[in-house]
Design a protein around this ligand. Structure first.
Ligand code: QAP
Ligand code: CO
Length: 177
């Protein structure tokens, strides 16, 4: 198992569109394991392969309190979404420290494949419904801040670019000591 580096907004690679998985092999199993380890370490409740610079349709989610309900969603499809919407304060491991309200369908029916290539369906509501839709957006190259106003998005971009610059500087100082 290994921790994978997470891309930070506004990295342009977060806007790549992921391709479907065609072969369910040891490589995909390892990717899912490494993504799960990376998500739990953060800690987070969901992670898309796009966020670790792998542009294939793979998501890991665990919204359980005990962090013992890991599920991989490979090649996920929304089969149905409710008319009813809910607003949830979302965050993202690629947008650290930022949380804001996003409106999405309150309930979704999703079909996906597990690591063994077996199809399954989930009827999701509440936090799980939010998380599945948020992570599926990543596979389309979409980050939640794109639902916010351009003003908010630009403030977030500026803040994160500044933080990134500071991080790079302190790493540089550490390296030269
Ligand atoms: C997506 O997000 C999500 O800013 C998963 O400093 C979020 O796991 C779905 C995290 C909310 C539904 C509702 C964010 C960790 C984790 C941060 C995450 C941070 C540290 C985000
Ligand atoms: Co995210």
């Amino acid at each position: 198992m290994s921790l994978l580096p997470i891309l930070r907004y506004p990295d342009p690679r977060l806007h790549k569109v992921a391709k479907p998985v065609t072969v369910f092999d040891a490589r995909i199993k390892k990717l899912v394991e490494d993504m799960a380890e990376t998500m739990y370490d953060a800690p987070g409740i969901g992670l898309a392969a796009t966020q670790v610079d792998v542009h294939e349709q793979v998501i890991v989610i665990d919204t359980s309190e005990a962090h013992d309900q890991l599920r991989a969603y490979i090649n996920p499809e929304i089969l149905w979404a409710s008319e009813e919407k809910q607003v949830y304060d979302e965050g993202c491991l690629s947008v650290p420290g930022i949380y804001d309200g996003v409106e999405r369908p309150a309930r979704v029916k999703v079909r996906a494949w597990d690591v063994d290539g077996q199809p399954f369906e989930v009827d999701a509501d509440g936090l799980l419904a939010v998380c599945i839709q948020h992570e599926m957006d990543h596979l389309l190259g979409k980050v939640f801040v794109e639902y916010l106003s351009p003003l908010k998005r630009n403030r977030i971009k500026t803040k994160l670019v500044k933080e990134e610059r500071e991080l790079a500087r302190s790493a540089q100082r550490t390296a030269s000591r």
